[in-house]
Write a protein that binds this ligand. Structure first.
Ligand code: NAI
Length: 337
């Protein structure tokens, strides 16, 4: 098939080319994101392959449909950027990679936590300058602390297991609790999680229900000094409210791999032009904030699995086999079995 990849980066091409070796799909990699302005670049393709910050709103979908495209292969798990109702209406199939390495994302959340708590980012910068002072670098033992997990799906599940390994007490909030979750994880109300957790990690999808779940009220309910980690989707956190809470010193530290206005900023090099986004720039001014640019998924294991599953999805569409990873209205809140 002729497939146009939008927002394609060099680190993805090797695993995709390797997975395509025996398939021989005709791939065009475009570094540009899919938007209303770039959708015409899909011309001639039979399918498009998209990532987290590509725009899949009704206008873009109508344009893709008018070009004869009947398959969108998302090479990611989340699909909050998709107007699913429009896709269904237009007869466009959308497939995704529901799980490629939940460990990669959970481990990145732990990396953010360890770095923030022990101030590794600050210590490393100091030592490089020849400054070996320990002032301001005091952390705390994770052992015995209470961790709150919002969303206990695949990634939340892995994160819970790792934190249990550190000797933490793990609380969880999820409207669909997981009966198979590791021993020692206790489901509680959202408010209990907010008020009792020393560390809160977000692993829920972005939906109308989770949008700005962490707003001013939630920050006020959190324990003073608690650490917030978000490796799910930026929209779960009201960034302006977060900044206020950081300024007041209520939130102790924040590790973010995602940001609600990341589209058009993340995955690009702005080091010469400077950041135009004032909220993000303010966030980055806090010493107790650590931001990575949506890289939690970025391991060789995950990239290989993403490429493999994406092509399996495309092959299934091509051969008329069932699309096991299709996004349907039922995918919005998957029942747990
Ligand atoms: P999953 O679908 O396995 O689990 C999501 C869980 O969130 C489910 O258990 C669901 O019941 C729960 N949930 C839904 N609404 C909720 C609410 N209102 N409050 C609390 N929990 C709620 O998804 P998975 O694979 O664990 O991924 C989680 C999220 O991580 C994805 O939706 C995606 O946005 C993000 N992600 C981020 C990556 C990165 O590189 N930063 C990579 C992969 C995923």
């Amino acid at each position: 098939m002729r497939i146009v990849f939008f927002d394609a980066h060099s680190y993805e091409q090797d695993p995709f080319n390797a997975a395509n070796k025996e398939r021989n799909h005709q791939i065009t990699y475009l570094s540009t994101r899919l938007t209303r302005d770039t959708v015409r670049l899909a011309q001639g393709a039979e399918a498009v392959c998209c990532f987290v910050n590509d725009t899949l709103d009704r206008t873009v979908l109508e344009n893709l449909a008018s070009q004869g495209i009947r398959l969108i292969a998302l090479r990611c798990a989340g699909f909050n950027n998709l107007d699913l109702a429009a896709a269904v209406e237009l007869g466009i199939n959308v497939v995704r990679v529901p799980a490629y390495s939940p460990h990669a994302v959970a481990e990145h959340a732990v990396a953010l936590l360890l770095c923030l708590n022990r101030k590794i980012h600050r210590a490393s910068a100091r030592v490089r300058e020849g400054n070996f002072s320990l002032e301001g670098l005091v952390g705390f033992d994770l052992y015995g602390k209470t961790v709150g997990i919002v969303g206990t799906g695949r990634i939340g599940h892995c994160f819970a297991a790792i934190m249990r390994g550190f000797g933490c007490e793990v609380l969880a909030f999820d409207p669909t609790p997981d009966v198979d979750i590791a021993n020692g994880v206790r489901y509680v109300d959202f408010d209990v999680l907010l008020t009792q957790a020393d560390i809160i990690s977000l692993h829920a999808p972005l939906t109308p229900q989770t949008h700005h779940m962490f707003n001013r009220g939630a920050f006020e309910r959190m324990k003073r000094g608690a650490i917030l980690l978000n490796t799910s989707r930026g929209g779960l956190v009201d960034t302006a409210a977060l900044i206020k809470s950081l300024k007041s010193g209520h939130v102790g530290a924040v590790g973010l791999d995602v940001y609600e206005r990341e589209a058009g900023i993340f995955f690009e090099d702005w080091s010469s032009a400077g950041l135009q986004d004032d909220l993000l720039a303010r966030l980055l001014s806090f010493p107790n904030v650590l931001v990575t640019g949506h890289q939690a998924f970025l391991t060789d294991t995950a990239l290989t699995n993403i490429a493999q599953t994406t092509f399996e999805n495309i092959d299934a569409f091509q051969t008329g086999a069932p699309l096991v990873n299709a996004i349907t209205p039922q995918s919005v809140l998957p029942p747990r079995v």
